[in-house]
Write a protein that binds this ligand. Structure first.
Ligand code: AKG
Ligand code: FE2
Length: 279
């Protein structure tokens, strides 16, 4: 089985997209309105930034979670013991951002958020009535003007050969948020796990836009939309010498939004962050 790439401008795009999300937790769009040149420029300028020591001046603050997360303290996925091979920077419009990188990254943040609202509308419209009635408010409203939506600029450095045994770029995990919107990275490696347990490559032709379901949408839909495991595998051969950049936007509802009888967005996030040991 492979993941189908869906033409954003096709008349049946919304229907196909939501069917793909339901079946695999992922949807891949081509011909979408995100400016590919802007994404390329962001990859280039942030790659340069990660290669300077200036990044250390932006070390993240545990209370606010904005800023630079070095490889030494990088995430360990839930249920794993070895750290991922990556460093990253958390961009929030209210957070610290290097002055010279601000314009492009905030332009991208806004554009990707607009598209995300439209995609949530697609999900809303193509959810069966019994699922739709579980949503406390319409899905696009959940993220409207949210200060919690997070843009993560990820840098997976070239492989040095002395990585910890068993470490990979991103160990298998599920995202916590509602939906994740991710332009294809500059290098392959992203894989999703199917229901039968097999891993398949997510089509990552440069220019594709990849969307996946997070745990909050799974919770809000009573499990109708599955939050599926994904990972980023290590490169082989000549590709080992290359950096990989990627740019996931994690859509987080406003904190007071009711996800289910059990959780608000805030109580859900806090429970997960406590489990991960980051708060
Ligand atoms: O780098 C990628 O392609 C995916 C990253 C990811 O899954 C994450 O940061 O949650
Ligand atoms: Fe992820």
């Amino acid at each position: 089985m492979t993941l189908e790439t869906i033409d954003y401008r096709a008349t049946d795009a919304a229907e196909k997209f939501v069917a793909s999300l339901r079946e695999t937790g992922f949807g891949v769009l081509t011909n979408h309105p995100i400016d590919q040149k802007l994404v390329e420029t962001i990859y280039q300028e942030w790659h340069a930034f990660f290669n300077t020591e200036e990044k250390r001046a932006f070390l993240f603050k545990p209370e606010t979670q904005d800023g630079f997360f070095p490889a030494e303290i990088s995430e360990t996925a839930k249920g794993h013991s070895v750290k991922d091979i990556k460093e990253y920077f958390h961009v929030y419009p209210w957070g610290r951002i290097p002055e010279s990188l601000k314009d492009n990254i905030l332009k991208y943040y806004n554009n990707a958020n607009s598209l995300a609202s439209e995609l949530l509308q697609w999900v809303e419209e193509h959810s069966p009535a019994e699922v739709k009635q579980k949503f406390s408010i319409e899905l696009p409203k959940m993220i409207q003007d949210s200060q919690r939506t997070l843009l993560r600029v990820l840098h997976y450095p070239p492989m040095s050969g002395d990585e910890e045994l068993g470490a990979i770029r991103a160990a298998a995990h599920e995202d916590i948020n509602l939906l994740t919107v991710l332009p294809a990275a500059n290098e392959p490696g992203l894989q999703v796990q199917l229901q039968d347990g097999n891993w398949i490559d997510v089509p990552s032709d440069f220019g594709n836009l990849i969307i996946n379901i997070g745990d909050m949408l799974q919770e809000a839909s009573g499990g109708y939309f599955p939050s599926t495991s994904h990972r980023v595998i290590n490169p082989k051969g000549m590709d080992k010498t290359k950096s990989r950049l990627s740019l996931p936007l994690f859509l987080h509802p406003n904190p007071e939004v009711k996800l289910s009888d059990k959780y608000t967005a805030d109580s859900y996030l806090m429970e997960r962050l406590r489990e991960l040991g980051v708060i």
